[in-house]
Design a protein around this ligand. Sequence first.
Ligand code: ASP
Length: 344
Amino acid sequence: MHVRDLGCFRSVAVRSDDASRGVAGHHLLDIETLEASEIRRLLDRARELRDTVSQSAPVLAGTSVITLFYEASTRTRASFEIAAQRLGASVITVTSSNSSVSKGESTWDTGRTLAAMDPGVIVCRHPHPGATHLLARAVESVGRTAVINAGDGAHEHPTQALLDSLTLCDRLGSVEGRTIAIIGDIAHSRVARSNQLLLTKLGARVLLGGPRSLVPASLEAIGGTIIRDVDEIIRQADAVMMLRVQFERLVGPPPFPSLADYNRTYGLNASRASLMKPDAFVMHPGPMNRGIEIDPEVADGPTSVVAHQVRNGIAARMAVLERAMRKGPWQSQGQGQSRGQEMS
Ligand code: ASP
């Protein structure tokens, strides 16, 4: 059984509703509890920040942003850190190997400890679904710090979905009524889950493809329609999002006979990419496993918008950081709200 986290997904969904009731709305823990109107606002603000980046005000000056990463990251961490610096914040990086996590400290205690230093925001990546919701509760028990989920296990990766929609809208104008394909290891992908939720909220048609072992029928409940013939999905899509197999989350026997079989049946190679509509384009959240889910000629070819996605990540995260701090256009919403209790 490869979709070992499906049970977790259900319990996380319940916890996320609970968590959202208890917070003032400054955390960004998932797409599931964000209204479509708020998603549109974040995308609009990201566009404004991107277009005025050289003059953007240092609205986070005097604020500390802590990036707390329990899992590997290249683009997400660098992107959050650049976004925070562009807004004038000072950035402190904490990873599990360079912190007391390696001495056995719990996520709860780490959260309370960091929150007691009163940073504006903790950006957290964690291997366990729901861990950033727990962290949010821990920091709320101490003070006023906002928590942003930078990916929690196979649960959600909200800022990736925001930057993906920013990229989609750049090319398509809007995602409403458009057909977006997500192909690969959807069962273990927080990127897929956040995109399924976000794209459906914004009125896109989402098509899901990949092996049955990694794309079970139950995933349609999150958003989208499964089509088993990948070539057919590619013919219909306005944009094709390819996902890596999340090898680090697999348990049990391999979910497909061999990597060569996977590449032949589900990988995006030049011949399969030639089935795309004339203006359709290819996305990938990275890191790419070339020769498995995507071939180099497609990854580096003219239809790839991967670098554009990475660039958009900074603007999307600037908008999210501003919102977390209730600064800039978000200021009026947050005035006078109490964000927690003092440490007893
Ligand atoms: N970078 C993305 C994530 O952190 C996608 C991936 O790792 O496959 O979920």
